[in-house]
Design a protein around this ligand. Structure first.
Ligand code: FEO
Length: 171
């Protein structure tokens, strides 16, 4: 059984993951508008992944006898100056999410809630990958100066990303 505090914080994390999906979908729409379909695809896949993160915690709350509470999702931004600014925001956003996951782990450990701690370790590992992907994208964009031929080549490369629901692999 989850403590009330843990239940509340996990519900907040469902909301945060949903917001992440919203944010990346907004970025995808921005890139569609810029005719950068590879970037748009990459962000669309990123949004799909975030939905699976939300649903993993949703299922966990239910499995532990908790009550899922869906809260309002904030409106994401609509415009960015350029692709570099978008990648910068992805990187910073993922760092923020990592902090939230770590706070949840700390709470689980305070409460000696090993079941939740164990579930959260999947997210700890996932966040390392998420930050790394975002940083790689940002560094590549900086390298090509965020424009010209390099941008089009990167756009082509990003169009290859394939969506995989990694949350299903260990359940
Ligand atoms: Fe679900 Fe990108 O963290």
């Amino acid at each position: 059984m989850l403590s009330k505090k843990m239940e509340e914080q996990l519900n907040n994390q469902v909301n945060a993951e949903m917001y992440s999906a919203y944010l990346y979908l907004a970025m995808s729409a921005f890139f569609e508008d810029q005719n950068l379909s590879g970037f748009a695809h990459w962000m669309y896949v990123q949004a799909q992944e975030e939905m699976t993160h939300a649903m993993k915690i949703y299922r966990f709350i239910n499995d532990r006898g908790g009550r899922v509470e869906l809260k309002a999702i904030d409106e994401p931004p609509k415009e960015w100056d350029d692709a570099v600014k978008v990648a910068q925001e992805v990187y910073e956003h993922e760092q923020k999410v990592t902090g939230m996951i770590h706070d949840l782990v700390n709470l689980a450990r305070e409460e000696k809630d090993h079941g939740t701690d164990n579930m959260l370790q999947w997210f700890v590992a996932e966040q390392v990958e998420e930050e790394n992907n975002a940083d790689e994208l940002l560094q590549q964009l900086k390298l090509i100066g965020g424009k010209g031929q390099g941008l089009l080549m990167l756009d082509r490369e990003l169009s290859q990303r394939v969506f995989v629901d990694e949350t299903q692999e260990d359940e």
